[in-house]
Design a protein around this ligand. Sequence first.
Ligand code: SAM
Length: 280
Amino acid sequence: MDLYKLSTIKEICNKFGFSFAKGFGQNFLTDKNILEKIVELSKVDKDVSVIEIGPGFGVLTKFLLEKAKKVISIEIDQRLKNVLEYTLNDYKNFELIISDALKLDFNKLIEEKIETKRVVLVANLPYYVTTPIITKVLESNLNLESITIMVQKEVAQRLIADENSKNNSSISLFVKYYADITYGFDVSRNVFVPSPNVDSAVVYMKLKKERFEYEKTMFNLIKNGFENRRKTILNSFCKRNIEKEKIIKVFEKLNIKPNLRAEKLSLKDFQNIAREYENL
Ligand code: SAM
């Protein structure tokens, strides 16, 4: 069954009386080449278990199942249970969890259901859940090798933004702290059914293991700095228990101009400021 073909999608909709739920961001991929490229980017092989979020009719799941040891897919829409039992019936290495990925305990899932050392996450998700999912997964410090995720093109550009560029933001610094991120490729809105209003891109994040000792202070500084990104860092930094007098001393010591905007600072700068601040 070629699940990326329009005729197959229509057939399944008829068979199960299924209609696309806009609220769940159901735009399904119809391009074999893109599906193969996502799987290639995710570096899946027979030593790898995959956690997939949002399988839909299972079009990407099927390509992953061909390559991986096991695929566990998390889908919010209960109506898709019967559909996926039908479309992926031949695959003994498939498991479905009907749940909202935002509420799921991923640590427990990995502990209870995965036997391989290598685990990756792959997702083609609705745009409104991508940032909360990325944040949740990265913060959970999961035993994950990588995340391959399709996001709105503008979000992808923001995520990979160079430090010291206009697109530098708290989310791009957040992601850079937890992962080495690379831009995979663009995906046109025309390869989805129904077609969304925006183009997409796939990004690959290779998760880092090492953590920074003063992580909490660093994240407070990042949040403070970008909440009011037009303010100077001297004015924006002093919230969430960050004291002005101490910050002035830190800037002097590190030779950082207090009238800069947060977007001019790199992750390394934020780490240096946090370390110096905590050791004053
Ligand atoms: N993987 C399929 C593809 O590539 O064509 C479907 C992708 S579609 C953009 C997003 C899928 O995520 C839908 O099946 C939708 O029901 C599911 N979904 C939406 N929100 C979710 C959530 N919070 N947790 C789990 N699945 C979700």
